[in-house]
Design a protein around this ligand. Structure first.
Ligand code: PMP
Length: 310
């Protein structure tokens, strides 16, 4: 389905894609004062199912709270306000109206309203929710580099919030990778420990134990949390710690994880081959497990799915 034929939700109404409008003078656009989520839905036996919708909406509200868009657990948007349950219903309806069986969901709320300056006390908040077709990357593994840029620092902003302006950091890091011939990039934090990739969290596997950067300078990924549950179920320990890049280079397996790309192996870092190179055994096992879970084939994780038609 081409994008122009999609239905989008904008400022309280469902409408054809091309009718969603906002004024180019606004604080969201000019200063990145926007919060958003990236959510996936998958084709299952019970129709389209949204993966971990509650957790994504919770993070959306946490982000919105940082930008003072929330009152009484509702996000303000023009003259209305929306609870997490309201947004869940809108998202379900949007999937049904678009007749899509799988795809990507992008809700965003931002300061709009033909105003500049950094005072938002009287600003209007606008909102949009789009569903988009999504194709998974077909790559077996990635060649990545250590970014010359540091991940945004918790002493400068709330790094746990998905705020539009934060993504200048991810964008510039990814740009550097692309311009120097790499497929992804890993950013260190202000203490020179590994933080995360441009839009994914990172795991290493060494001698049967999982390692991942501790919370504090990273976005607390929902896929990261999912993997920690899987590991626990399989009896594998996960250590969250301050980890140096050298540790990742000497690991048996390394993978990145996020809603968009799911679980993707890292084959080499800065030209150093990881483990046997290519895609590791446990990484493959976890990637397959993730697919089975998001497509509703594993009963004990079914509560992570919200079925759009039910
Ligand atoms: N880090 C950053 C900076 C991200 O933007 C994302 C994508 N939301 C992630 C990690 C992975 O998070 P999740 O698993 O919740 O998609």
């Amino acid at each position: 389905m081409s994008q122009e034929n999609l239905v989008i939700w904008s400022n309280g109404r469902f409408m054809p894609w091309g009718e969603a409008k906002t004024h180019p003078i606004g604080q969201g656009l000019h200063y990145g004062l926007l919060v958003f989520e990236g959510i996936r839905f998958y084709n299952t036996d019970r129709g389209p199912a949204i993966f971990r919708l509650q957790e994504h909406l919770e993070r959306l509200f946490d982000s919105a709270n940082v930008l003072r868009m929330v009152q009484d657990r509702r996000i303000k948007c023009l003259d209305a306000s929306y609870s997490s349950d309201n947004l869940a219903l809108i998202i379900k309806e949007l999937i049904v109206r678009n007749g899509m069986s799988e795809g990507y969901i992008r809700p965003a709320f931002f300061y709009g309203g033909e105003k500049i300056g950094l005072d938002v006390a009287k600003s209007v908040i606008e909102g949009v929710i789009a569903v988009l077709p999504w194709v998974n990357p077909q790559r077996e593994f990635l060649r990545v580099k250590t970014s010359p840029l540091r991940r945004i620092d918790p002493r400068s902003t709330d790094v746990t919030a998905k705020i539009g302006g934060h993504y200048v950091n991810s964008f510039l890091a990814r740009l550097d990778a692309a311009e120097t011939g790499f497929e992804e990039t890993i950013l260190l934090n202000g203490e020179e420990f590994v933080a995360e990739a441009s839009v994914e969290n990172i795991f290493a596997l060494k001698d049967g134990i999982f390692y991942t950067p501790r919370l504090g300078t990273i976005l607390p990924g929902i896929t990261r949390a999912t993997i920690m549950v899987f590991a626990g179920d399989l009896g594998l320990a996960v250590i969250e710690d301050n980890l140096e890049m050298e540790f990742f280079k000497r690991a048996d397996e390394v993978f990145l994880c996020g809603t968009a790309m799911e679980i993707l192996a890292v084959g080499e870092i800065d030209g150093v081959r990881i483990g046997k190179g290519g895609r590791g055994e446990i990484t493959s096992q976890f990637a397959a497990m993730y697919r089975n879970v998001v497509e509703g084939r594993i009963g004990r994780y079914i509560s992570w799915l919200t079925f759009a038609n039910e």
